[in-house]
Design a protein around this ligand. Structure first.
Ligand code: GLC
Length: 536
């Protein structure tokens, strides 16, 4: 492994590269078609060789898997399909031995309807203390036949479900994900305990799911478009929760990354105040189209909104909820938006891949930390899932118009010639079908190819560790032609991205460190290509 770069800060999370593992689809150790911890443990060397600093696992807890594990039945148990707690502890230790920190995913907004608390609440009936941990209410209308309010769902569909005794309960996501009542002391105590449970097991950080949704308007008042504050997004009370979480994390040296989708920069930055979360995902960057003006503005806005709270920015191109980068960047509309996700959007994958390579060098050169979603290092495109194999509730709740998120959750290809591309060692068919032409994306094939996406990522990550100037620190834009983004970091490190349709000259430099694609014969930077340079 490369020697640590002395110019980097001791706060590892300020400039880390964090790899997201979706355990169901990473590697299948027992060969039943579903990924598991045994599979992850066997493939940890891939992550160490790739050169990432930490690994974030989407939920691996006991779950009926109605929403891919974001419906947690027991935070202190690993889902039997994935393995055991003992294996998770071994995994954390083995990762540490390879220099990889582990981040777990906590879902505080809701639990599974199979969680012991919700079972008890259903059994105990209206007015019981068990129901007070959730949002149970009588309905409106003459017989309580109408839901208690009009809140829109985070997935399409209703946010209230009626139980046989006539009460309704709130669920911002599916009915199998009842929302917890964060005004209840049990809810706070339990989550603080869950945090300690995982920090005690050596995890370095926690990703907080739906982090801005926990606190609800106390009267559960109706949602009125344009009237602030929103009754369940970004309520002020939420910050008190994160302050107490931070005090716990500080005892263990643990860090948080919040899933905070908020367009308002000032409201977003509140989550990153020094006594709250360390970092939050940069969804404005993820959603930004591949367009020079928009990208530059998003980068500037990101840095400006983080500066007052001294938090590092994060750079994210994709995750388990959104269209894969290579596919998105090959479309006519290269932005990401849940509202416009539709089946059958054409994509020029060659173009999208070229841009995804350039975007990799861009993000890795920006100040802050970077998230890499499994398969991004292989340049995987979004897969088409046959309608009868779709699993994601987002698809069903949209009435079938939204393709759902399965297309970015397909099991990884490891070996070009093996059954299921080496995803699993056994006869089990992968839980989601893998496209017939994925041999070319397999890890073993890319290992041997100097021009592959995997080689690009490995080389880039190795340089990012050893060359001074990457990670946390200032960024200065350089003068460049319209449509060319060029900036320096410290110590002469320079990044140039050509988003025009014609080749662009490189700025003066002493060394060409890396390019995302070949230069033209006369040494200029082709369209949709990025370069890292060393200047004086
Ligand atoms: C987050 C997760 C997503 C999940 C939702 C509900 O947005 O990333 O996958 O469906 O929360 O927990």
């Amino acid at each position: 492994m490369a020697a640590p770069n002395p110019s980097r800060t001791t706060d590892w999370w300020r400039d880390a590269v964090i790899y997201q593992v979706y355990p169901r689809s990473f590697a299948d150790g027992d060969g039943d078609g579903t990924g598991d911890l045994a599979g992850v443990r066997a493939r940890l060397p891939h992550l160490a060789e790739l050169g990432v600093d930490a690994v974030w696992f989407t939920p691996w807890y006991a779950s009926p898997m109605v929403d891919g594990g974001y419906d947690v039945a027991d935070y202190r148990a690993i889902d039997p399909a994935f393995g055991t707690l003992d294996e998770a502890e071994k995994l954390i230790a083995e990762a540490a031995a390879l220099g990889l920190r582990v981040i777990v995913d906590i879902v505080p907004n809701h639990v599974s309807d199979r969680h012991a608390w919700f079972r008890a609440a259903l059994a105990a009936g209206p007015g019981s203390p068990e129901r007070a941990r959730f949002h149970f209410r009588p309905g409106r209308g003459t017989d309580g036949e109408l839901p208690p309010n009009d809140w829109p769902s985070q997935f399409s569909g209703n946010t209230w479900t009626r139980v046989p005794d006539g009460e309704w309960y709130l669920h911002l996501f599916t009915p199998e994900q009842p929302d917890l009542n964060w005004a209840h002391p049990d809810v706070r105590r339990e989550h603080e305990d869950v945090l300690r449970f995982w920090f005690e097991r050596g995890v370095a950080g926690v990703r907080i799911d739906s982090a801005a949704l926990l606190a609800k308007d106390p009267g559960l008042r109706d949602f009125v478009e344009g009237v602030d504050p929103h009754p369940y997004i970004d309520q002020d009370e939420i910050h008190d929760v994160y302050r107490s979480w931070r005090a716990i994390a500080d005892i263990y040296g643990g860090v948080f990354v919040g899933e905070v989708w908020l367009p308002d920069a000032e409201r977003f930055a509140r989550y990153l105040r020094p006594d709250e979360l360390h970092t939050a995902f940069n969804f404005n960057f993820l959603a930004c189209p591949w367009e020079p003006g928009r990208l530059r503005r998003t980068i500037d806005d990101t840095l400006a909104e983080h500066a007052p709270v001294h938090a590092p920015a994060t750079w994210v191109l994709c995750n388990h909820d959104v269209t894969r980068t290579a596919t998105r960047y090959g479309r006519a509309d290269t932005a990401f938006d849940f509202a416009t996700k539709r089946f059958g959007t054409p994509s020029d994958l060659e173009l999208g891949t070229r841009r995804a390579r350039a975007a990799a060098l861009l993000t890795l050169a920006l100040p802050g930390s970077v998230y890499l979603y499994q398969g991004e290092e292989l340049g995987l495109p979004e897969a088409d899932i046959p309608p009868d194999r779709v699993q994601d509730p987002m698809h069903f709740r949209s009435g079938g118009t939204d393709p759902g998120r399965d297309g970015c959750r397909v099991p990884l290809p490891w070996e070009a010639e093996a059954p299921a591309y080496g995803f699993g060692a056994g006869p089990g068919e992968p839980w989601l079908p893998q496209p017939a032409d994925w041999a070319r994306y397999a890890v073993d094939r890319q290992n041997a190819d100097p021009d592959s996406m995997l080689t690009l990522y490995r080389t880039a990550l190795a340089l990012r560790r050893t060359v001074p100037g990457f990670g946390d620190g200032p960024l200065t834009w350089l003068p460049a032609a319209d449509g060319v983004l060029a900036f320096t970091r410290t110590q002469g490190l320079t990044c140039v991205v050509n988003l025009t349709h014609t080749p662009a000259p490189l700025p003066p430099h002493t060394e060409l460190l890396l390019t995302s694609g070949p230069l033209t014969p006369d040494g200029t930077l082709p369209p949709d290509t990025a370069a890292w340079l060393q200047a004086d």
